[in-house]
Design a protein around this ligand. Structure first.
Ligand code: COA
Ligand code: ZN
Length: 304
């Protein structure tokens, strides 16, 4: 049987670190990114180009990119999250090869996160995609609050379907983000199955938070629909400072372990991933989220 590949993007150095009480130095951020890359994670969201007043932990992401430009890190696909055109220009100037621009399935979240309407964010994203095509930069459009918004309540799936239909032909990837971790697996299965049926799975991805311990179940539901791209965060670090109730992302530790046991290829070395997970906990001083580590350390890795 042919082994199927799943592409994991570790968003810990961005989604994770932006929400920690402790702000890491550039060198600490680089240590974490290098450890995740060393474990074989193919894509890493290494930071964001946002207002440093809004998210102090992400100030200096240009220096992070500079620190990653040496040969040893050439194989890592480093992405940066951006909220607007200014962010795009800063990411381009820093040497990003892929950017994640945020779209919104609710106006409440668009206003709180980017001081825009949903429609403004879509218009800016189309402009950014035009510029990026000329600059040779790939664009992921991540749709925030696809299941529920902390300000506007439950999201109508039809709104998400319309946004995806408008962007799947333009962006290199479209990621469905459960920003506050409000989704349950049945909803995920229904929405992702419908989108995969309409657009195929090549360009679609999912981004889950583990707020209510449903992160892994939601990954599984999306996998069953054919989704093969997932965002997750080393040691389950994460949250969104602008979305009340959001907690850590589903942990890369758990997702990589589940996929490995189910026979999917991710390119990740679980031994080295545990080292990155330990480092994430040590640098941030946060108890790691996710459940895989003790089990992996006790049974699987010993047997290897
Ligand atoms: N990067 C760095 N600085 C930026 C910026 C960007 N992408 N976009 C705007 N700014 C600066 C402006 O230059 C301005 O600086 P000044 O006061 O020194 O002149 C300041 O931020 C305010 O700009 P303004 O356009 O008035 O924006 P705002 O105050 O309405 O804030 C955002 C809008 C989007 C810039 C801000 O809310 C933000 O960066 N949010 C981060 C969102 C985020 O990271 N969310 C988590 C991930 S989903
Ligand atoms: Zn997130």
């Amino acid at each position: 049987m042919k082994t199927e590949t799943v592409i994991i993007t570790d968003v810990g150095p961005r989604d994770g670190l932006q929400n920690q009480p402790k702000i890491l130095t550039t060198e600490e951020r680089l240590m974490l990114i290098r450890a995740i890359a060393e474990a074989g994670v193919p894509q890493i969201e290494v930071g964001s180009f946002v207002s440093p007043r809004a998210v102090p932990a992400m100030a200096g992401t240009d220096q992070v990119f500079a620190g990653l430009s040496d040969q040893a890190n050439a194989d890592v696909l480093s992405l940066a999250l951006i909220p607007n055109m200014k962010g795009y220009q800063l990411a381009r100037d820093a040497g990003a090869k892929m950017v994640t621009m945020v779209l919104y399935a609710s106006d409440g979240m668009a206003q709180k996160n980017a001081a825009m309407s949903m429609a403004d964010a879509e218009a800016v994203t189309l402009d950014i995609i035009d510029c990026a095509r000329r600059d040779g930069i790939a664009v992921t459009a991540t749709v925030a609050v696809v299941f529920e918004c902390p300000f506007d309540g439950p999201t109508d799936p039809a709104v998400v379907e319309d946004i995806v239909a408008r962007f799947v032909g333009h962006a290199d990837q479209v990621v469905l983000a459960d920003t506050i971790g409000a989704a349950h697996p049945q909803q995920v299965r229904e929405l992702t199955a419908s989108l995969v049926k309409q657009h195929g799975s090549d360009k679609l991805g999912c981004h889950f938070h583990d707020t209510r311990a449903m992160g892994l179940a939601n990954v599984y539901a999306a996998l069953e629909s054919g989704i093969r791209r997932f965002d997750s965060s080393i040691a389950g670090l994460g949250g969104c400072p602008f979305a009340p109730g959001a907690s850590g992302n589903v942990s890369t530790d758990d997702v990589a372990m589940m996929l490995a046991q189910m026979g999917f290829e991710t390119g990740i070395d679980l031994n080295k991933l545990m080292l990155a997970s330990d480092l994430a906990a040590q640098l941030t001083g946060t108890a790691p989220g996710g459940r895989a580590k003790p089990w992996l350390q006790r049974y699987l890795l010993k047997a290897a």
